[in-house]
Design a protein around this ligand. Structure first.
Ligand SMILES: Nc1nc2c(c(=O)[nH]1)N[C@H]1C(S)=C(S)[C@@H](COP(=O)(O)OP(=O)(O)OC[C@H]3O[C@@H](n4cnc5c(=O)[nH]c(N)nc54)[C@H](O)[C@@H]3O)O[C@H]1N2
Ligand SMILES: Nc1nc2c(c(=O)[nH]1)N[C@H]1C(S)=C(S)[C@@H](COP(=O)(O)OP(=O)(O)OC[C@H]3O[C@@H](n4cnc5c(=O)[nH]c(N)nc54)[C@H](O)[C@@H]3O)O[C@H]1N2
Ligand SMILES: [Mo]
Length: 786
């Protein structure tokens, strides 16, 4: 989140799109309720009338997978009705930049497309620059090739008629959403967009988010209280996990992994040269990289050996979930660790994921329970154990309340948790399991000097003796040290690229600035003002609202007193306010760069125009499986997504599978269900797999409420109880009636409440930037059982 949970109470309008926080992020609703008591409006845009919709002032349905068309319409509405924050847009975004002639857009494709490789040459999407290499601007935003005018032209194709033909949203509902939310463009008002998996789990997931960011920038809603983009994260520590390199393309702190496919990455100097922008805060990247290498390899990392840079694996592929399972499916992987994950229920096209596991030589599962995944080889899983050679190890893990450590929530708050009870039986904390692996593997290779042994021997693993790692030492290593004095660092501003500092993750540097002061343990909610500065620790530098320089005008005065965060105090010559300034604290508005709030970005301004893999402006493409051909261009599918061929990813036709389907969560279950289907009382509350079907579809198919039905897709079928409901309604799409249904994905064959996993139906295809699977829009058919 750019802002934080408690900040939701300051909003004037919350647009909830692709999320159902009343059920999935219930604490957020506490703050939304407060906002509503003060007169704020809540808007819900969802294919299904959810419990969040029930709490909203305005609701609009839309067909799954059509959010870009909807948001493009909102962008048009804001501009056409003069509701945008023009000075913010001109000064704080790249809307004023002039595009080179090489940028073009034609019938769904941007310039630079290589059809055979399905990738773009992004150099075609460049800005005009002056003699110093700086972008040429037109602050009036009137130049025909300015980003602003090119964006207008791009979205002028999105007429209201075409939008509603695609989304199926009734026109009056669409206009009500526009009216409610775009009113926050007014100075002194702020609106927040709350999103989660309904937006991201699409072949256009990243561009869905970009479209939201563009709308927020146009309305001047970024950097202010009650504004921003609320990316509501999922599992309790998914924010922390991504910060610490859970995703295959990142090292800790979002430093990109070196790649074998980039020749410059062959050396550390080459990597730094290629990956470090000349301006903006990322110009410090070599300090982050070298300090991380010092944390990992300690005294073994020296200037002479490139700080052990060569020990970092340099991959040459996409290592996302889908790609890894594809490699397993093709017998390309011998062994797998499942550390707290259950892909046989939660993975896309889960039937194929289960088959893939059988191609492994060994599998280690670290979990609280035996799950559908670690038991994939058993008869109860429908497998023939005689035919499966995979050796499976199950390591019992301690649950969250049985161990100490921190989790980072969506607010970027690192919050410490203390152990409540001891683990039972042989269960161990994940950290302890990793610690034992590391120490034992190091012992195993101690006397070897092979290419495999060298990085293991060089690894500096210094968390105490015995099987219990000292977690305090882990915390301090993350924060980092001044290696010349041995003292903890006060923050990442002190990191060096010469080997004299260490930090395991630069964005967290500063949470543990001195002995005995682990700020993740802070629990003072009374002092610290409206942003709760003394509760836990928010990265970066305990800053609660990022981009908060944008809450002030170019001269440093708040745009509005009601929405003030920081302002320039001329007497003290510094930025002051109720948050840690997201700016150099003594850089005056009149200094060079003093009016450029987006300090992480090269140009100091936010990107209305930004080069994702499928283009610089979000464009509507249909999902991999869709009931219609694209209304906006010849390109049906996102031209930059990777398509898996053959059995691994069968595609359904809209003649055989005419119904749009989506999947989602219920409050009573958690994810793949291991955590909740092993609890009697939760299993009792929602005990069966069900599918929500509109009254109209039920009538057409002769299905009654509670009937057993079979839902089929090109990949498989699931059995479920029909829940005939008013929450779904048929859409009118391109003049014809299109049905949509939805179902939870929490079920599997183990536990107290058993049922088919919805993922027998979902496809193996992902977003063009992140490869997140398209769980939220696919085609199916439904019939009564028997
Ligand atoms: N009780 C409970 N809470 C949870 C979880 C849980 O399993 N149970 N899981 C946690 C995790 S890991 C996560 S990631 C979050 C997820 O949080 P959410 O994203 O809120 O979860 P979902 O219910 O999967 O999807 C949200 C909504 O997206 C809608 N939707 C489907 N397709 C589209 C579309 O194309 N456009 C739009 N605008 N909406 C669409 C669905 O109808 C659904 O109401 O929840 C977290 N919280
Ligand atoms: N169709 C469909 N599929 C989806 C989604 C969807 O919306 N639709 N959502 C996707 C999303 S957002 C997510 S996040 C994934 C989740 O997919 P998974 O991560 O595979 O699902 P979980 O059930 O959260 O699995 C977590 C496992 O960790 C175990 N566990 C709990 N605590 C601990 C611990 O402290 N240590 C260890 N080692 N194990 C522990 C649990 O028992 C459980 O088996 O599913 C995805 N799948
Ligand atoms: Mo998630």
């Amino acid at each position: 989140m750019t802002n934080h949970w408690n900040d939701l109470q300051y909003t004037d309008c919350a647009l909830i799109m692709g999320a159902n926080p009343a059920e999935n992020h219930p604490i957020s609703f506490r703050w939304l309720t407060k906002a509503r008591e003060k007169g704020a409006k809540i808007v819900s845009v969802d294919p299904r009338y959810t419990r969040s919709s029930a709490m909203s002032d305005v609701y609009a349905p839309l067909r799954s997978g059509t959010d870009i068309a909807f948001l493009a319409g909102m962008i048009n509405y804001a501009i056409d009705n003069n509701l945008i924050h023009k000075e913010y847009v001109a000064k704080y975004t790249n809307a004023s930049f002039i595009l080179k002639d090489s940028y073009e857009f034609n019938d769904g494709l941007f310039s630079g497309y290589d059809e055979a490789k399905r990738i773009y040459d992004k150099t075609k999407w460049a800005f005009e620059t002056d003699e110093e290499g700086k972008p040429v601007k037109d602050l009036t935003l009137e130049h025909p090739r300015s980003v602003f005018q090119m964006m207008r032209k791009h979205y002028s194709r999105y007429t209201i008629d075409k939008i509603v033909e695609t989304t199926g949203t009734p026109k009056e509902d669409f206009l009500k959403v526009c009216e409610a939310f775009c009113s926050t463009g007014k100075v002194g008002k702020s609106g927040v967009i709350m999103y989660a998996m309904g937006i991201t789990q699409h072949t256009v997931g990243s561009q869905n988010v970009r479209a939201m960011a563009m709308l927020q920038l146009l309305l001047g809603n970024v950097g202010v209280p009650g504004g921003g983009l609320a990316a509501m994260r999922g599992e309790s520590n998914v924010q922390g996990s991504t910060d610490f390199a859970l995703l295959y393309g990142d090292l800790p702190g979002y430093v990109g992994v070196p790649k074998a496919t980039v020749p410059e990455h062959a050396t550390l100097a080459g990597y730094n040269e290629k990956e470090t922008p000349k301006t903006g805060y990322w110009s410090n990247k070599p300090k982050f990289m070298v300090s991380m290498l010092k944390a990992w390899y300690g005294p073994n990392a020296t200037k002479e050996n490139e700080f052990c840079y060569q020990y970092l694996p340099k991959g040459n592929k996409n290592y996302s979930h889908i790609n890894l399972f594809n490699a397993m499916y093709n017998k390309g992987i011998d062994g797998l660790f499942l550390f707290g994950t259950n892909p046989v229920v939660g993975g896309p096209n889960a039937g194929k994921e289960k088959e893939s596991l059988a191609n492994l030589k060994w599998l280690v599962a670290v979990d609280l329970w035996e799950t559908e995944s670690s038991a994939f080889w058993k008869k109860e899983a429908g497998a023939d154990p005689n035919k499966i050679a995979t050796e499976v190890f199950l390591l019992p893990a301690s649950a969250s309340f049985e161990k100490e450590g921190s989790v980072s929530n969506s607010s970027r708050w690192m919050q410490y948790r203390w152990k409540a009870i001891d683990s039972r039986g042989e269960a161990k904390a994940d950290l302890e399991i990793i610690h034992e692996f590391a120490t034992r593997i190091k012992a195993l290779y101690k006397n070897e000097n092979s290419p495999i042994a060298r990085p293991i021997n060089a690894l500096y693993w210094n968390f105490g003796e015995g099987s219990h790692p000292d977690i305090d030492l882990v915390c301090k290593e993350i924060n980092g040290y001044d290696l010349t004095t041995g003292k903890l660092l006060p923050g990442f501003g002190k990191l060096m690229d010469d080997g004299t500092t260490s930090s395991g993750n630069w964005i967290y540097s500063g949470f543990y600035p001195e002995e005995g002061k682990n700020r993740a343990k802070n629990r003072d909610a009374k002092t610290g003002g409206p942003n709760f500065l003394n509760w836990s620790y928010a990265w970066p530098m305990n800053r609660r609202i990022i981009y908060n320089r944008a809450s002030a005008d170019p001269q440093g005065a708040p745009w509005s007193k009601d929405k003030e965060v920081i302002h320039w105090d001329a007497l003290q010559s510094k930025w002051v306010g109720n948050d840690v300034p997201d700016f150099v604290v003594d850089k005056a508005p009149s200094d060079p760069g003093g009016q450029n709030p987006y300090i992480m970005l090269k140009d100091g301004v936010a990107g209305i125009f930004a080069g994702l893999n499928e283009g610089p402006f979000p464009e509507h493409y249909e999902p991999f499986e869709s009931p219609i051909s694209n209304v906006f261009s010849k390109q049906n599918l996102n031209p930059a997504v990777q398509i898996f061929e053959g059995d691994f990813n069968l595609k359904g036709d809209n003649k055989d599978f005419p119904i749009v389907a989506t999947t989602y969560r219920v409050s009573e279950h958690w994810q793949s269900g291991s955590m909740t289907r092993n609890q009697e009382w939760l299993s009792e509350l929602v005990g069966h797999m069900f599918v929500e079907i509109s009254e109209e579809l039920a009538k057409e198919k002769g299905i009654k409420n509670k009937d057993k039905v079979i839902v089929t897709s090109a990949r498989g079928e699931v059995e479920a109880y029909a829940m005939v409901t008013k929450r779904f309604k048929p859409y009118k799409i391109k003049g014809k009636k299109v049905h949509q249904i939805g179902m939870p994905w929490h079920f599997g064959y183990k536990g107290y409440a058993t049922g088919d996993s919805a993922n027998h139906l979902t496809p193996h295809i992902g977003d063009a930037n992140t490869t997140i699977p398209e769980y939220k829009a696919f085609l199916c058919d439904v019939r009564r059982k028997g």
